[in-house]
Design a protein around this ligand. Structure first.
Ligand code: GLN
Ligand code: ZN
Length: 761
């Protein structure tokens, strides 16, 4: 048995890519130096895979910024405004990636979106009426040639035309159909070029095939590949899919002239079933090793799956379920973690070992006696470290009452209005205030042991005091403490909950030069100590106004962590929900009357297929949120926040979270969401952001007033809150002060207009 790697991480085990590219951004190195350093990085990774015995080593899985952007470049899909800058190719590429401001001009970056259900972001291809798709260059073979010069045979990897077009945005009058002919020719030329350069295997990634496909989609896919594959000559083509199964187009896919098909057995619920009639003339690249999660794989289960597959598939190559881009480099970078913990982990390097080991074991008639096999079996038997019976019992004992607030929302809301005594159009913020140097320094000094906990907390409280004073001065109605104790809204809670493990070097690319270090849910989650109450209580003691308690919700905490595989998502969400509930009740006990539970990441993990939305996610995600607040008094007002307004298709579910107020990002979108809220008789009070915090621009009073008026056309005035669209932590102090003053003024102006208007009636 041989094995294949769909893609390898590219940022470098020490984040070399990030540091090199950033040097290039700062003009500290030139293009040649940038390309030399990255070439070295690639060489190292190929050698590593070669040594680990990989038979199919990817090239062109590397990217200076993003693979989709590389594809746009390769296909000449470069919007005119970037060409007009008259930059060299590399500079133009980065102009598309991050915008350009300099003596060549001033343009914004192209849009960025989440790559399917991962936390990786790709640059959205932008096609306008002048776009002329063609194979612009053979750069996609640079890696292949470089590896060849090192004596390493690789399979170049490219994103396929179907996925490319389906994910593109069309900014002119043309649509997909108008680009089909030219893209077919371009891919034909790619294959020709591969043949000329003696490429053995070409991997074409078509992850879009795992989405819900229409008959038109399938026809498009089939038509394109019939044409493209006609001229493939000596080149063997591997069609690679991941993040799900190909149930909608399986028949057509099997009939096309591909030499290999890569399927995901981890996320593809129906993949096993779909392989029972796998065609004899093709090789199955069986994605049985999880490319997305960080746990050791269970040899026994993979070996038995392989055995079953052999009954239907003539030739099988073992593979990862998707690119290893989504996992960190190596567990050996985490020497601070106890061996009992790290032995459960498998990052990219370790996954290569696993692939090799499994291939070796398949050759042994009595692999059950192999020490490596036995050691692996043991891993899945010993779990004491991860189990907390009391937590599991609590989850098992949950009943309907734990998810249901005693008083229906409308009644509650009326009561809350009376008790909280807020003005019409109450003003508030989303939680964080600018993280100045001093704020960050306080945290880093504490982290590095320069100051002790008492010193740290007392400095944090100074910031809180200033923040409260400032909010009172400018006249906001509902105040916040400012979140000066948090780097990150998930990490902060993870660090304060038992069951979490944190890494120091386990970076995963989020986009371009940005990395994330997702915390790992290792065991059952439990709250053992108070997390935020001390700070919130302190903030509340400084003012007569209400201060919002500020928490992160269970769905977001889970979605931005590496989850366990030995228990269900539902179980994990409920465990975290129970922990957050304890904090909520403690805040309420401390006299806090408004509590916000952020769910910034709720929408993004909606399953790729519509049929799975409820059963695999919403049914328990919404309940996990309700679990956090079901037990509070009717008078306690629960807020939630989401960083997007694209929830038009799940409005009833968002309403079913049963929060009293929701704030969300709406300033950049065209407020179409408001119509949808109206049509759905949305009950939750709403604060659609009245200005965009992602830019340092200060919105004027008139502008904000106009936004409020627009909102009032769709939202009953007693249901409308006035707030920015997200937390202010990335903003400077000056622009924040100016913007918030204008926000308060605008709210006051509209209030006056409304009351006058009422009198006139
Ligand atoms: N309360 C958080 C903040 O204000 C929310 C962050 C977010 O939505 N991403 O920073
Ligand atoms: Zn937000």
């Amino acid at each position: 048995m041989q094995y294949s790697v769909v893609g390898f991480p590219r940022i470098g085990a020490q984040r070399e890519l990030k540091f090199t590219v950033e040097k290039y951004f700062r003009n500290e190195i030139n293009t040649d130096e940038l390309l030399q350093t990255t070439a070295k990085l690639r060489a190292k990774q190929w050698k590593l895979q070669q040594t680990a015995g990989a038979a199919f080593i990817p090239s062109n899985d590397f990217s200076l910024y993003d693979g989709m952007l590389d594809t746009s470049f390769m296909l000449n899909a470069i919007p005119q405004r970037y060409l007009d800058l008259n930059l060299d190719d590399t500079a133009a590429y980065f102009a598309m990636a991050r915008g350009y401001q300099g003596h060549h001009g001033d343009v914004k970056a192209t849009a960025m979106k989440k790559w399917f259900n991962t936390n990786y972001h790709y640059m959205v291809p932008e096609l306008d009426d002048t776009t002329n798709i063609l194979l612009r260059s053979d750069h996609f073979l640079d890696g292949f040639h470089q590896a060849q010069s090192l004596g390493i045979n690789t399979k170049p990897v490219i994103i396929g035309p179907f996925t490319f077009l389906k994910l593109a945005s069309f900014t002119g009058h043309k649509n997909i159909a108008d680009y089909v002919d030219s893209i077919k020719t371009a891919y034909n030329n790619i294959l020709k070029s591969c043949a000329t350069n003696k490429v053995d295997w070409l991997q074409i990634d078509e992850p879009y095939l795992v989405m819900d496909l229409t008959a038109n989609d399938i026809a498009l896919f089939t038509d394109m590949y019939q044409f493209i594959l006609e001229k493939k000559g000596t080149v063997k083509v591997l069609l690679q899919t991941y993040f799900g199964d190909v149930r909608d187009c399986c028949r057509q896919l099997y009939n096309l002239q591909f030499d290999g098909i890569g399927l995901d057995f981890l996320e593809g619920k129906e993949t096993t079933r779909l392989t029972t009639n796998f065609p004899d003339d093709k090789i199955l690249f069986a994605g049985l090793i999880n490319g997305k999660n960080i746990w050791r794989c269970n040899y026994n289960s993979v070996l038995s799956q392989l055995k079953n597959l052999k009954a239907h598939c003539r030739k099988i190559i073992l593979s990862t379920s998707c690119s290893l881009l989504h996992v960190p480099y190596t567990v050996t970078n985490e020497p601070q973690l106890a061996p009992e913990i790290t032995r459960c982990f498998s990052f990219a390097y370790e996954k290569l070992e696993e692939l090799r080991e499994i291939c070796r074991l398949t050759e042994l008639p009595d692999y059950q006696n192999d020490p490596a096999y036995q050691q692996n079996c043991q891993l899945f038997q010993s779990t004491e470290l991860r189990i907390d019976k009391t937590v599991q019992e609590k989850v098992a004992a949950l009943t309907n009452d734990d998810f249901t607030r005693a008083m229906p929302r409308k009644k509650r809301q009326a009561l809350q209005r009376k008790i909280l005594n807020l003005p019409l159009l109450p003003t508030t913020t989303i939680g964080s205030f600018p993280q100045t140097k001093a704020v960050k320094q306080n945290r880093s000094q504490y982290r590095h042991g320069v100051i002790n906990e008492t010193q740290y907390r007392s400095t944090a409280k100074h910031f809180i005091k200033d923040c409260i004073k400032f909010q009172e001065e400018i006249g906001l109605d509902v105040l916040v403490h400012g979140e000066f104790e948090r780097d990150d809204m998930v990490e902060f809670f993870g660090e304060n909950l038992k069951g979490y493990v944190f890494t120091t070097n386990a970076w995963v690319q989020s986009y371009g030069t940005r990395g994330l270090k997702p915390p790992i849910i290792f065991g059952d989650i439990k709250r053992e100590k108070s997390i935020t109450t001390d700070y919130i209580k302190y903030a509340a003691s400084l003012t007569d106004k209400d201060v919002k308690g500020m928490l992160t919700g269970p769905v977001t905490i889970l979605n931005w962590s590496f989850p366990r595989e030995d228990i269900s998502t539902r179980e994990m969400m409920y465990q975290i929900g129970l922990a957050i509930r304890e904090e909520v009740l403690e805040l309420e006990q401390a006299g806090i009357r408004i509590i916000q539970i952020d769910e910034a990441a709720l929408r993004e993990k909606l399953p790729l297929r519509h049929a799975d939305w409820h059963s695999d996610y919403l049914d328990f995600a919404i309940k996990a949120f309700r679990l956090c607040h079901a037990k509070v008094k009717p008078t306690t007002q629960i807020h939630t926040h989401m960083c997007y307004s694209e929830f038009e298709d799940i409005i009833p579910e968002i309403d079913a979270m049963d929060a009293d107020v929701i704030t969300f990002e709406a300033s950049r979108s065209k407020l179409t969401i408001l119509t949808a809220l109206q049509n759905n008789h949305f009950e939750t009070e709403v604060g659609p952001g009245v200005y965009d915090i992602h830019s340092p621009r200060v919105p004027s009073v008139t502008e904000i007033e106009a936004a409020i008026h627009l909102m009032l056309q769709k939202i009953p005035q007693e249901n409308l809150w006035i707030n920015p669209d997200c937390g202010l932590k990335t903003r400077g102090k000056t622009e924040t002060a100016a913007s918030l003053k204008n926000l308060v003024q605008a709210a006051k102006n509209v209030r006056t207009q409304l009351t006058k208007g009422d009198k006139n009636l």
